[in-house]
Design a protein. Structure first.
Length: 268
């Protein structure tokens, strides 16, 4: 799975947790995802993680008895993730591999053994121009009946649009409408980004996957852009999360991210 070349996210690996993972908004959004994962993955499952970043989700899954193969295009992210797994005492449950999602079809899963499921959290798929190729690869990696959970940045984030319009920055407010644009990721680096809607992702995964459900992640809970305004308001954010949970299926189109869950079809 080793892609063998530097990735743009190498430059931000050391600061990613400080900028998102460890923020109050970041934690609240991630907990909304974890609540869903508890219903799909359990102890003994073997799960492939795509775009694992600094390993927060891999460590969480491993702590629940899930065997994880955590992948990322960034070698520096994988170094951070492995250190986090070691500190948490779950390294025996996680294996870290280099995988470039843009070249997924060229690469095979470790050992050639199908996975029980797959996860991609917080926008790794937004860095992939051709998700159809990734869908074909996933069809070969995940067993029939296996679950694939994708958390994708949506095109219409209500909080983000309102925040930047109030600050008289309309171009930034509607930045997600410009597909393939270069988006800054910090430390002077940028990557091209796409913002597919749920229907597009359904089409991209094609006939091999059945969509089970879709729900918002960060519709009433604000996007990280609002950290200067709401980042320290723990009680308020917890209240917004409580309100978001029952409304999440109806708020998909207005959210910072949306979670879309698929089942690998059995064509036998």
């Amino acid at each position: 799975m080793d892609s063998g070349y530097p990735a743009p996210f190498d430059a931000v690996a050391a600061v990613y947790d400080r900028q998102f993972t460890d923020t109050t908004i970041g934690r609240v959004q991630r907990e909304l995802v974890w609540e869903q994962l508890e219903g799909w993955f359990g102890a003994g499952d073997r799960v492939l993680e795509l775009g694992c970043g600094t390993g927060e989700d891999a460590v969480w899954m491993a702590g629940r008895g899930i065997e994880v193969v955590a992948t990322d295009a960034s070698g520096a992210m994988l170094v951070q993730a492995e250190a986090k797994a070691r500190a948490a005492g779950v390294l025996e449950k996680v294996r870290f591999e280099r995988l470039d999602l843009a070249r997924a079809e060229e690469q095979m899963p470790p050992d050639g053994v199908p996975f029980d499921g797959a996860l991609s959290n917080f926008g790794a798929l937004n860095c992939v121009a051709d998700r159809r190729a990734l869908g074909r690869a996933l069809a070969g990696w995940v067993r029939p009946g296996g679950i694939v959970v994708l958390v994708v940045m949506g095109r219409l984030c209500a909080w983000e649009i309102a925040w930047f319009l109030v600050r008289l920055r309309p171009r930034t407010a509607f930045r997600r409408f410009r597909q393939g644009r270069a988006a800054g990721i910090g430390e002077g680096c940028s990557v091209p980004v796409w913002y597919p809607g749920p229907m597009q992702v359904r089409r991209d995964l094609g006939p091999e996957f059945k969509c089970l459900h879709t729900r918002a992640v960060g519709a009433l809970v604000p996007s990280p852009d609002l950290a200067p305004l709401l980042g320290g308001r723990r009680r308020l954010l917890a209240g917004l999360a409580r309100l978001e949970r029952p409304l999440a299926p109806a708020l998909v189109w207005l959210a910072d991210h949306y979670l879309i869950c698929f089942e690998r079809r059995d064509h036998a």
